[in-house]
Design a protein around this ligand. Sequence first.
Ligand SMILES: Nc1nc2c(ncn2[C@@H]2O[C@H](COP(=O)(O)OP(=O)(O)OP(=O)(O)O)[C@@H](O)[C@H]2O)c(=O)[nH]1
Ligand SMILES: [Mg+2]
Length: 248
Amino acid sequence: YTNAGKSTLFNALTSEGVPTNLGLFTTLSTTTRAISIGKRKLLLIDTVGFVDRLPIALVEAFRSTLEETIFADLILLILDLSEPTGEIERKLSTCIQTIQEIGASSVPMVTALNKIDLISPADAEEKKRHLSRFVQKSVLVSSLKMTNIELLLSEIERNLESPVEAAFVLPPSGRVQRSLSLIREMATVLDIEYSNSQISGKLAAYPRIIPKIVAEINGAGGEITLDRQKDLRDVHIMADVPASKTRF
Ligand SMILES: Nc1nc2c(ncn2[C@@H]2O[C@H](COP(=O)(O)OP(=O)(O)OP(=O)(O)O)[C@@H](O)[C@H]2O)c(=O)[nH]1
Ligand SMILES: [Mg+2]
């Protein structure tokens, strides 16, 4: 939602989280910056806020941008905790409903309960407790006063998933370029080799995305093999990958 404090928090996080040099550029744009949290490098993206009663055409345009969210590392939801509880709940439920509609429910989510400097500590705790029915991972913050920013960063770190590695092979076909660009949207291509008979490579992706990648690669007549060792290292990853959709 607009005015919740997204941009202020974005600035707080990029000054607190170590701005990182991801190759050529640290600042990618005014709204995207590379930061390090623990051992992980992330792109932090400041988004536009929801506005109630948007014209339908705009809602549709907005939706296509939002759909990218399914490939996100994590959703950082920001609520203005100084608003009345009913208002916060209404906005929160719109957000959660939208996340479900775009199919992003499996993306890890952390909620920043912002602007705690405007309310009493008791009020903040009470609202947090009340909202815990809807959002489990939440942190009380003040982006303006830089309160609990470190705490929020560690909650983000705790909720990041581990990517898995997979090797893939694509046969040459009319579809191969399209497949490759889709794969690059869904995963990080670690390694790629072109020979005249095929394209082979390695990729890293979140377990929840793997079934989509498998479908794309199989659809293009290729093959994908998850790295068994890397896969076994983290048990929850196995559980997230439907066995029927993977080939070992
Ligand atoms: N008191 C207080 N004010 C805050 C806090 N965080 C943000 N604000 C103020 O809230 C207003 C909106 O902040 P923004 O960061 O621009 O909000 P936004 O969510 O990016 O808004 P849009 O980009 O318009 O959707 C500004 O006046 C901020 O200074 C906070 O923790 N405490
Ligand atoms: Mg903003």
